[in-house]
Design a protein around this ligand. Structure first.
Ligand SMILES: Cc1ncc(C[n+]2csc(CCOP(=O)(O)OP(=O)(O)O)c2C)c(N)n1
Length: 802
């Protein structure tokens, strides 16, 4: 086993080294002051990058414009060094200053040391990534950053190897020379995502440099309890490339050794950039001077000896010693740098705090003035004075304190009619709009490229339209898309050679090559991550999850990363990944095809499409290919062999998102459903017609967005009865549809009887046809439920019969 430590010669000027010292000192000081701000009650929580400064300085030297970072909450020095966040912004984020000017990484939406560059202008157009240091917006779940790291690196591979991408690469890539740099804590390396990513990077051979910041602990748990052999570089040894086998370059270096760090990063970046070799750098012997975060103290779990070692091996101390030993600067010069760093950090803190106060002050002053007017006019003086006093007594009041006070003041005067009440009411309306922008905008695309803005083009059928298997429709749709747009590529298990398990991509690898239609390992998490990173670099991935139930493996990056990319960066990044899968009416416990509620409830920010056949699916895909919001497409397994007419414009027609289709008109009751249940409900409706019950069947087609034109409501106004049917567990997606219609659309007042849901049983479906029949709703279930409702309406016309 070779764990390499590299020795190349570095040449750094005194100026550069002193500049590094300045950055290191500033970053350390920011951590110290930041922690103090939390304890003084000026910020809620603090997590910092102290102890990792020196390694990040070495990293920042090789991190070039155009490169990407996918790191975590310890990368403070790295980000300060390349100015993705400056010192004032560091404190603005600590205070949760909810304004993009003050806190450009997230607009105050994420906790501190959660960085992000901006890839989009205010209108959602791509900015030039080659002109900036790119950083994905950070996340707190440990190791999740690894999945998308693979995608950032993979994009370089595609940009280098696919000649047709040249004309699209202007803003994104210079011949695939960009390296994706990642970082992860030693504890988080125990997560499966870490190993999955390293393995996939070794297979794919992509330019990825992942640093493991090893400070020996994950909060309180030591690395002996996290990692085999207590050392990640040893545990990864099998991945090491050699002269005959490709793999991963694994390097180890101590985090207090400036020279070795600079050498190692130079070597790693150059190898990865030129040869697209993935590299892992195990940065060992790091420390954590202030402990994990502002919650808890490290004295509870670190021994006295360990704490003493951490003081001795503190990277800032060691760096200063190295500078002196090598005659680069005197103690006095170092002290001057230190002093200046302290002053600069203090003034950045003071400036950030002042701006934060001013930011709150307008609202505060206006609210107080309006409360004063009320005090003058109202008879409830004592009560209003109390509200005012309480507000004035609040230490560092924030917006929620103001809203609560204003609402209380209005409540106190509810029995009076006063001119000054209007002032408070209009204040509330104004701040509600502003706060909605601060905290609730950008869940979905707001740009001109939103899927909701794509024009509807109807499918064209003519005499020549052949009746074909549904899979052929989807295959033709993908063929047209791959031909039209070289940025589109598909990855997944069995997607390449055999064109997926249901042949949607059949023949397309032969036609477009194995980088456009690509087989992957069984690794759902990183299939999604590969898409997330690549899409943030301007590509258009279709990530396939072979069967719906296995999306659970990919749900972590879908839910924690993809769904909130646009939201948590307040419109700074987008990642229009299409996640393709097949579901509904599969077979058995792990192929139920129906956990839609589970998905629905954790992917807000991603559109969820559930078409009943392949024509509808193709029309929805054609919308997604030209828009910029991520989406999950659940195709119906049993529709691949269903006969459908091939539209003449299969590559162009569109099916709008959020527009249900009434697939059968009726008068007595509305059934709202989707996916494979459409056929079951239609069959039941036919039988119900035979006994004189007229059912209106609505296929919602997309659950997110849901019926934006209130088509279901219109139907209920006519039938006054409604059932929400699907094959998920009780209280899942059927209940969601009910909430949307009854509460959001306001259908309650038009109902003559209680709304009902039809769903599967609580357990997972048993195997085979009877298993399915007794686990999931079927034609009889639907018939019985409708008949029961109609029996209650008119027992004479619809008598009980069993
Ligand atoms: C998935 C997940 N599990 C648990 C946590 C809680 N947590 C936050 S940080 C942390 C320790 C991480 O240790 P390590 O990866 O070594 O990084 P360090 O903080 O030491 O830099 C834990 C357990 C989390 N954020 N995410």
């Amino acid at each position: 086993m070779t764990i390499k430590s590299v020795s190349t010669e570095i040449r750094l000027s005194k100026l550069e080294i002193i500049n590094d010292l300045r950055l290191v000192c500033e970053s350390r000081q920011a951590s110290l002051l930041g922690r103090r701000e939390v304890f003084m009650g000026k910020a809620k929580f603090g997590i910092f990058g102290d102890g990792k400064e020196l390694a990040q300085i070495a990293l920042a030297k090789v991190f070039k414009k155009g490169d990407w970072r996918s790191g975590y909450y310890r990368d403070q020095t790295w980000m300060l060094a390349v100015d993705v966040g400056n010192l004032k912004q560091f404190f603005a984020q600590l205070y949760a200053h909810a304004d993009l000017e003050a806190e450009p990484s997230t607009g105050g939406r994420l906790m501190n040391v959660h960085y992000g560059s901006r890839s989009l202008d205010e209108k959602g157009n791509w900015l030039n990534q080659l002109e900036r240091y790119n950083s994905a917006t950070d996340m707190s779940p440990t190791s999740i950053q690894m999945a998308r790291l693979l995608g950032f690196a993979y994009a370089s591979k595609l940009y280098r190897q696919l000649p047709d991408l040249k004309k699209y690469s202007k803003l994104f890539s210079n011949h695939g020379n960009e390296v994706a740099f990642g970082s992860i804590g030693d504890g988080a390396c125990a997560e499966g995502i870490f190993y999955e990513t390293i393995n996939a990077a070794g297979v794919l051979q992509v330019p990825m440099v992942a640093s493991v910041w090893d400070d020996g602990y994950a909060i309180s748990v030591p690395r002996e309890m996290q990692t085999t052999k207590a050392e990640i570089s040893k545990a990864l040894a099998g991945f090491q490339r050699n002269d005959t086998e490709k793999g991963v370059e694994i390097l180890k270096v101590n985090g207090w050794d400036y020279e070795a760090l600079c050498n190692t990063y130079q070597y790693a970046a150059s190898l990865s950039r030129t040869e697209h070799v993935p590299v892992v750098i195990h940065v060992d012997e790091l420390t954590q001077p202030q402990g994990h975060s502002t919650s808890g103290s490290q004295e509870r779990y670190k021994s006295k000896e360990r704490l003493a070692w951490e003081i001795e091996y503190d990277c800032v101390k060691k760096f200063k010693e190295w500078i002196i030993k090598n005659g680069i600067a005197t103690i006095e010069e170092i002290q001057a740098v230190d002093r200046k760093a302290k002053e600069d950090v203090r003034s950045a803190r003071d400036a950030a705090w002042k701006e934060f106060q001013v930011f709150m002050k307008t609202d505060f002053d206006e609210a107080l003035t309006a409360i004063d007017s009320l005090l003058e006019e109202s008879v409830q003086k004592a009560e209003i004075q109390k509200v005012k006093d309480n507000l004035q007594k609040t230490i560092n009041p924030i917006r929620m304190d103001l809203i609560a006070a204003v609402k209380k003041a209005l409540l106190v005067t509810r029995n009076e009619v006063l001119i000054s009440q209007e002032g408070l009411r209009s204040w509330l309306i104004r701040v509600n709009v502003e706060n909605s922008d601060r905290y609730s905008s950008h869940t979905y695309s707001q740009s001109q490229y939103s899927p909701l803005k794509v024009k509807e083009i109807k499918p064209i059928f003519n005499d020549k339209s052949a009746l074909v298997d549904g899979r052929e429709v989807i295959n033709a749709c993908f063929d047209a898309a791959l031909k039209r747009d070289p940025r589109i590529f598909a990855i997944g298990e069995d997607v390449g050679k055999i064109g997926d398990v249901n042949q949607g991509f059949a023949g397309l690898q032969d036609k477009y090559g194995d980088l456009r239609v690509t087989d992957t390992g069984i690794r759902e998490t990183t299939i999604i991550g590969q898409g997330i990173g690549a899409a943030q670099r301007g590509l258009r991935p279709i990530c396939e999850i072979q069967y719906l139930d296995y999306i659970i493996y990919g749900l972590e990056p879908i839910c924690d990363d993809l769904a909130s990319i646009h939201y948590r960066s307040k419109g700074g990044h987008k990642s229009p990944v299409i996640i393709r899968t097949r579901g509904h009416r599969l077979e058995g416990v792990w192929h139920s095809g129906s956990p839609i509620g589970m998905i629905l409830n954790c992917v807000r920010g991603i559109y969820l499409l559930v078409p009943r056949n392949m024509i509808q699916a193709a029309g929805l895909y054609n919308v997604l290919f030209q828009s910029d919001n991520p989406a999950i497409m659940i195709e119906c397994l049993n529709a691949y062999r269903q006969k459908e007419k091939m539209p003449a414009n299969v590559g162009e027609f569109t099916v709008p998102l959020g527009v249900p289709e009434i697939i059968k008109q009726g008068e007595d009751i509305t059934i709202v459903t989707y996916g494979a249940m459409c056929k079951i409900v239609m069959d039941a409706a036919e039988q119900l017609a035979n006994v004189g019950i007229s059912v209106e069947v609505i296929d919602v087609q997309t659950l997110l967005p849901f019926d934006i034109h209130k088509i279901v409501l219109k139907s209920i106004k006519k039938t006054n009865r409604v059932i929400f049917a699907d094959e998920d567990v009780p209280g899942a997606a059927s209940a969601y549809m009910m909430q949307q219609v009854i509460e959001v659309q306001g259908a309650f007042q038009y109902l003559d009887c209680p709304p009902v849901t039809i769903s599967a049983k609580e357990h997972r479906p048993a195997y085979s046809s009877d298993g399915d029949y007794f686990s999931k709703p079927n034609v009889e279930t639907v018939f019985d439920q409708v008949y029961k409702i109609m029996n209650e309406v008119s027992p004479a016309r619809f008598p009980e019969y069993y």
